[in-house]
Ligand binder design. Structure first.
Ligand SMILES: [Fe+2]
Length: 295
């Protein structure tokens, strides 16, 4: 199987009502299938699921309180998914649910699911940008972007303990085929799903030396939407966790909001796109966190 993207993330929360309000405000669309909680979708059909923190069908939490319990990865076919699940069976138990989704856990204890990806096409008609020599918007004045609707859940960042970090990474690179892109030694490993061209689909970050959710990132169309999306969240009473900036590793423009389901949510835009000719790049000294950020 080629893993293409994040298909679903599942959080266990004690504060369902507050989390529903957060993701409604965040611009995700409510969808069916959340009988034991709530489900939301991105514009390209990825699901964010909220379940009760004590739901016995979820993998045990890696930290106390609300947190991420499982990432379901979307693959390109049932046949190759079955092959991958058979391989994983050699050293861990797997449960396949009524929808054909295989569930197990990674070396850290985060739930790992495997499902056939079901992408839908989101909005694509966004205004271009202009600069001398590269004009992409003619006779088309910009307007306020309106209600920001995240296009994609483009990456997840998980914090892991330093002890065993090599094994934690190897599960994704050797068993699921993830491709490392940048490896700052004191931070962790940025990697992309083999069927994805984003600089990273997953970050395993050992710097905090703790097992916990760090953040999920949602791609929006352009910098205007990073700013307006986060402005709207702040106007609704949610708290900014990191001001506008552009990362060094991945080059994405970002703005972070504290999330009541655990960790933070990132509005992201303009990340590096890479292919197999890129990296992996190893750094002993950690690159600066940002190219720039607001003062
Ligand atoms: Fe991120």
């Amino acid at each position: 199987m080629t893993v293409m993207r994040v298909e679903r993330v599942v959080y266990g929360v004690p504060n369902l009502e507050e989390c529903v309000r957060f993701f409604t405000d965040f611009g995700l669309d409510p969808v069916d299938g959340g009988e034991n909680g709530a489900r939301f979708a991105t514009q390209t059909g990825q699901v964010l699921e909220l379940r009760d923190v004590d739901d016995p069908s979820l993998p045990p939490p890696v930290q106390s309180g609300p947190t991420l319990r499982e990432i379901v990865w979307g693959g390109d076919s049932q046949e190759s998914l079955d092959k991958l699940a058979t391989n994983l069976l050699s050293d861990r138990s797997i449960y396949t649910d009524a929808d054909g989704v295989a569930h197990t856990t990674d070396e850290t204890g985060f739930g790992v699911g495997l499902a056939v990806s079901q992408p839908v096409t989101g909005r694509t008609n966004f205004p271009g940008s202009n600069r001398s020599g590269n004009v992409n918007r003619w006779n088309d004045p910009l307007a306020h972007p309106g209600r920001v609707k995240p296009l994609r859940l483009c990456h997840v960042a998980l914090d892991i303990k330093k002890e065993g970090k090599e094994e934690a990474v190897a599960f994704y690179t050797e068993r699921l085929g993830f491709v490392p892109t940048d490896r700052p030694a004191k931070v962790g490993v940025f990697m992309r799903a083999p069927g994805d061209t984003d600089h990273h689909t997953l970050l395993l970050c050992h710097r905090p030396d703790r097992n916990q959710i760090n953040h999920c990132a949602f791609e929006v169309a352009r910098i205007d939407e990073v700013i307006v999306g986060a402005n709207d969240m702040i106007d609704k009473g949610w708290h900014e966790a990191r001001r506008l900036g552009r990362h060094t590793v991945g080059s994405n423009i970002f703005r972070f909001i504290h999330a009541p389901c655990g960790g933070r949510m990132e509005f992201a835009a303009d990340m590096d796109r890479v292919d197999d000719s890129y990296g992996p790049n190893d750094y002993e000294e950690t690159p600066p966190h940002t190219i720039w950020t607001l003062r």
